[in-house]
Design a binder for this molecule. Structure first.
Ligand SMILES: CC(=O)N[C@H]1[C@@H](OP(=O)(O)OP(=O)(O)OC[C@H]2O[C@@H](n3ccc(=O)[nH]c3=O)[C@H](O)[C@@H]2O)O[C@H](CO)[C@@H](O)[C@@H]1O
Ligand SMILES: C=C(OP(=O)(O)O)C(=O)O
Length: 417
């Protein structure tokens, strides 16, 4: 198993290019299953989750040809309706294939994704709303079995919670449904707009993009398409936090800063000197003060940036309060950050984080994707050697992390055992 060893404290300098978004490409790759025409996707990030999704598509019969960083997909050869446990267990986003497989083949067998480190993550909103569109769904032996007599039927769906995954799954399922589907209380995350734009580029009829009421008029066929996803706002936020935690000057480029407006505004309120461009931010060495953060669905503070923010506020003036509202167990980084010398106390879903801590290198362990990113940030700010193990969690969502940080001057190495 690979490790990352950081020799801190590090000061970063220069610019870093953000890769295309994991959370945009995972649903887009699932949406490929809807079509019978060739699809070219550009600038595919080299991530474990993306490679798992490509393996899953290949197992379902989709033709896959890599051309540099692009991938050309031929879904006309789709010949299986089964997403098996061995792949689904490694990546929750596999559930995104349920709507598209069912739509295309009128039956689907997809392994239940199960819980994960950050929470139980049920899929009831996906299933009950697919039922409202006419799917017959049963659960047996850890699998979701879904079938329909013909095309799904358009329906008026109101989500009890603006679930990102449910909004995406239902939007995909509605593309060929008979009549109109309305999704109310839809999630507003930018990756949903990206999926909708991709589907419309193939000939779907989706309106209300970027609003809480998405309307999908069913179509009969889709076209060939070439598409490039948006830059990864969560990766961008991670480098912004790393720059601020190490009091560095770093330009973070290749993403849309509007997608991080809440985070950037909060950082500015804390005293961060951040220049915002059209597709970059320039972070300048700043002295920060404490914050009060509540994670929330977009446009609020993203749960996917909570851990990185926690690492940052161990270095700012005053005590910060961070409350996690989206996932019930997303504080796995707390004991590991405390091992590095942080002082973080947990009270239910709230963390009280003492600032201006002198962190010292120690062996720490990754527990989930963003917890791992928090450990990297803390290690860069720590003095001495931090050995970070189980970095396969980082490989799920950070393209080329070690090299990107080294190019900014971080003293770190990735070692294989
Ligand atoms: C691949 C991807 O895009 N992952 C993102 C997506 O995950 P994901 O799509 O799984 O997140 P959701 O928005 O669905 O989940 C948010 C909350 O709703 C609950 N819920 C969800 C569905 C459901 O049927 N029932 C239910 O109770 C979940 O348990 C969780 O507490 O959005 C999350 C919230 O921004 C991000 O942290 C993830 O990075
Ligand atoms: C939780 C995340 O991803 P996933 O939903 O794929 O587990 C994440 O990207 O932070």
């Amino acid at each position: 198993m690979d490790k990352i060893i950081v020799n801190g404290p590090c000061t970063l300098e220069g610019s870093v290019r953000i890769s295309k978004a994991k959370n945009a490409y995972l649903p887009i790759l699932s949406a490929v299953l809807l079509s019978e025409k060739r699809i070219t996707l550009n600038e595919i990030p080299n991530l474990r989750d993306i490679n798992t999704m490509l393996t899953l598509l290949g197992n379902l019969g989709v033709g896959i040809e890599r051309k540099g960083s692009s991938v050309v997909l031929d879904p006309s050869t789709l010949n299986s309706h089964e997403a098996t446990y061995d792949l689904v267990k490694t990546m929750r986003a596999s559930i995104f294939t349920l709507g598209p497989i069912l739509t295309r083949l009128h039956k689907a067998k997809v392994s239940l994704p199960g819980g994960c480190a950050i929470g139980t993550r049920p899929i009831d909103l996906h299933l009950t709303n697919l039922e409202k569109m006419g799917a017959k769904i049963t659960l047996e032996g850890g699998y979701v079995y879904a079938e329909t007599d013909g095309p799904l039927k358009g329906a008026h769906l109101v989500l009890a919670f603006p679930s990102v995954g449910a909004t995406e799954n239902l939007m995909m399922a509605a593309v060929y449904a008979k009549g109109k589907t309305i999704i109310e209380n839809a999630a507003l995350e930018p990756e949903i707009d990206d999926l909708a734009n991709f589907l419309n580029a193939m000939g779907a009829k989706i309106s209300g993009i970027g609003t809480k009421k998405i309307e999908i008029e069913g179509v009969k066929s889709l076209n060939e398409v070439e598409y490039t996803a948006i830059g990864d706002r969560i990766e961008a936020a991670t480098y912004i936090m790393a720059a601020l935690a190490t009091k560095s000057n770093v330009r973070v480029e290749g993403f849309n800063p509007h997608h991080l407006e809440f985070v950037i505004d909060e950082l500015k309120r804390m005293g961060a000197d951040i220049e915002v461009g059209s597709d970059f931010v320039q972070v300048k060495k700043s002295e920060l003060e404490a914050c009060r953060i509540d994670t929330a669905p977009f446009p609020g503070f993203p749960t996917d940036v909570q851990a990185q923010m926690m690492a940052l506020v161990t270095q700012v003036k005053g005590s910060s309060i961070i409350t996690e509202h989206i996932f019930e167990n997303r504080f796995m980084h707390v004991p590991e950050l405390n091992r590095l010398g942080a002082s973080i106390e947990l009270k239910g879903n709230t963390a009280i984080v003492e600032g201006q801590r002198e962190l010292k290198g120690a062996p720490v362990m990754c527990t989930d994707l963003r917890a791992s990113a928090a450990l990297i940030i803390a290690a860069l700010a720590s003095s001495g050697e931090t050995e970070i193990s189980r970095i396969y969690h980082l490989d799920r969502g950070y393209d080329n992390l070690a090299n990107k940080l080294m190019s900014l001057g971080a003293k770190l190495e990735r070692v294989s055992e």
